[in-house]
Design a binder for this molecule. Sequence first.
Ligand code: ADP
Length: 244
Amino acid sequence: MNTSIIELKNVSKTYSTAAGDFPALRNINLTVNSGEFLGVVGKSGAGKSTLLNMINGVDGLSSGEVIVNSGGQRVSVHELSEDEKARWRGKTMGVVYQSFQLLPMLTLVENITLPMDLAENFKPRESRERALELLRLVEIEEHADKLPAFVSGGQQQRVAIARALANDPEILVADEPTGSLDSITADHIFDVFSRLVTERGKTIIMVTHDMGLRGRFTRSLTLTDGELEMEVTAAAKPKRSRKQ
Ligand code: ADP
């Protein structure tokens, strides 16, 4: 059964700039079902990061509604205060960025225990055990006690994925997570996300400018100048006319 986990209703976001108002998202309607690996593909400046920031509540929308139905709670994200949003995000949604954003003075395992300790979901002893398990899941446990500077970019991104899983969220959002990696490493990272969907039942939304990834998501949508393409179902697609 398809259970909707994220709903965007008529979401618009306009930035006020010195040059005037800039509409970054226009009337976005989107339903994401539990267990989907949704790819949102678009060129630079299309509004992809803005869209993720509306979903995870990092930035406020100008109009519309964002509803997230996770962990038995149906939350209207746009109605939460900043403090409520931060607490809600910490337990509901893991976020992965292009630039990894690990804390350089903490070891890999400490980068993962930190969000657990902040959320106070686990006792300190448990949080280290759990962090090591997550590092095992992303196949980098042997480097647990190194600082980020001593491992490669691909390895740092694995740690960032483990960190996003720290408080066991149902949902991950990833902003160009393979964007600064070479193609082979990017492929490995993509596989880690795919396995989290198929083997762990996570729901993932990934934005990317890489059109070549389109066929590898369970569903992909294109964002162009702040507008999401209409979805075309297989039945509605025009048949290619046969050459005479
Ligand atoms: P993408 O992630 O697809 O590259 P973004 O969501 O980052 O696109 O940006 C979409 C558009 O909104 C761009 O034209 C960008 O310049 C503009 N934009 C993004 N953030 C801001 C901001 N804080 N203030 C003004 N304009 C912004």
